[in-house]
Ligand binder design. Structure first.
Ligand SMILES: Cc1ncc(COP(=O)(O)O)c(C=O)c1O
Length: 423
């Protein structure tokens, strides 16, 4: 049986296949393999937002604050919580991932006084490292950030981390799934090794939430944050979420004393008292429209179930790897993602010296070929995101075949090496 036929059979047997039609596909829809950057638009979001705009904003106006808006950040946090293995009072939507990382990292340093080291790794997303560098500078000259170095640019072994974390370490900040290689940390064992030295761990879940079952409570996790515009399908710039374990909520301070984190915002007291619980990590008025867009998407993930999503994701990433091995390795591509299932998230990176122009050719095909949308990460990586709510095996197969065609015919050479603003 050829690969495409195999893909069609796998699509026909897929228990989640009915969910694809719950997403918006325009005319000339591309094969979309970039849900790891910006998730697709759920159809329910269109009608829900229309209702939020016309009914809640248009008709109910300011009364809507007491009819759901004021509680929305916490209510959506409770809806997300089971998808990431947290208690419903441990998660809240607020700000951006970058700001949330800052708030939680600051809090962690405050409750580990005397410890001056922050550990992260060189697989991490740059914003995470910038936030730590900036925070260390603000905290004083003795504070420093140390980067665990990956040996292969793709994975991190725990011994390297272990040797860097010591009794001077206050905080370890890691991306649970690495943005470029898709390497997946063992949350429980890293949390445990940090705890043995008395350090806290802050997890960036941006590439994990909605992509695989995260088990924050089972892993004994302290802190986490992540975005909702990737696998949570909340839309461009959708508000981020943060998690603080119930054990830490009381002690952990927030650096931003905004009125939404005050115990009684509408008491308008001139002296600040932090709210009890997870609300303490809010700042100011939430962006209600974009926050509202997250709800239908979270409900879709509940409908599918995170275990079913992971089962399909692993099958699809394996199918992609097998197809790439068959078609692309002989054309100079190498796999930039760990092959062990328990070590990878839901995107696969393929590396090639012409990755940028291959990516351009996939997105902007000549003639009437269907566009394929992955994304490019410097210097030589094409990321193919698998979002099991809407990705089909046949999409994966077509994307690999098209990549092979672009490389073997050198079609990429028609494209410029000049980088777009967003790659
Ligand atoms: C792993 C990771 N962390 C943090 C961010 C930054 O998030 P934001 O720009 O929403 O603050 C991103 C953005 O893509 C990311 O992939």
């Amino acid at each position: 049986m050829n690969r495409y036929q195999q893909a069609l059979d796998l699509d026909a047997q897929d228990p989640l296949k009915h969910l694809q039609s719950r997403f918006f596909f325009g005319c000339d829809a591309p094969i979309y393999l970039d849900g790891n950057s910006l998730g697709m638009l759920p159809r329910d979001t269109v009608s829900h937002l229309q209702q939020v705009i016309t009914r809640q904003w248009g008709e109910r106006l300011i009364r809507s604050w007491n009819e759901g808006w004021y509680e929305l950040s916490a209510r959506l946090g409770s809806l997300l919580a089971p998808l990431i293995g947290a208690g419903e009072d441990e998660v809240i939507f607020s700000d951006s991932t970058t700001v949330n990382l800052y708030k939680l990292a600051f809090g962690a340093l405050q409750i580990r006084p005397g410890r001056k080291k922050i550990v992260t790794d060189d697989l991490n997303f740059p914003t995470d490292i910038y936030i730590l560098e900036g925070l260390a500078r603000q905290m004083g000259r003795e504070y420093r950030v140390e980067l665990a170095g990956s040996r292969d640019g793709m994975t991190m072994d725990e011994q390297t981390l272990d040797s860097l974390i010591d009794t001077d370490t206050a905080l370890v900040l890691l991306s649970h799934t690495a943005f470029k290689s898709g390497f997946l940390y063992d949350m429980e064992s890293v949390t445990e090794l940090a705890r043995r030295k008395g350090a806290l761990v802050l997890w960036d879940l941006s590439h994990s939430a909605g992509a695989l079952p995260v088990r924050l409570n089972d892993a004994g996790a302290d802190l986490a944050a992540g975005c909702s515009y990737k696998y949570l399908n909340g839309g461009p710039g959708a508000p981020a979420f943060l998690y603080v374990s119930s054990a830490l909520q009381q002690q952990l301070p927030s650096p931003i004393w905004g009125w939404f984190s005050e115990a009684d915002p509408f008491g308008f007291s001139l002296s600040y008292r932090p709210a009890a619980g997870i609300r303490k990590f809010l700042t100011g008025t939430p962006p209600v429209l974009s926050l509202s867009a997250v709800e239908p998407a979270l409900k879709l993930l509940h409908e599918a179930g995170m275990d079913a999503i992971r089962t399909k994701s692993l099958k699809q990433t394996q199918f992609l790897l097998d197809t790439a091995d068959e078609l692309l390795v002989r054309l100079g591509c190498t796999v930039g993602t760990p092959r062990e299932a328990h070590r990878r998230g839901s995107h696969i990176s393929l590396r090639h010296p012409e990755a940028y122009r291959i990516c351009r050719a996939l997105i902007n095909p000549a003639g009437d070929r269907q566009a394929v949308i992955p994304d490019f990460r410097e210097s030589d990586t094409i990321r193919f995101g698998i979002a099991p709510l809407y990705t089909r095996f046949s999409d994966v197969c077509r994307a690999m075949e098209r990549t092979a065609e672009i490389i073997s015919t050198e079609e990429f050479a028609r494209h410029s090496l000049d980088r777009d603003g967003v790659t």
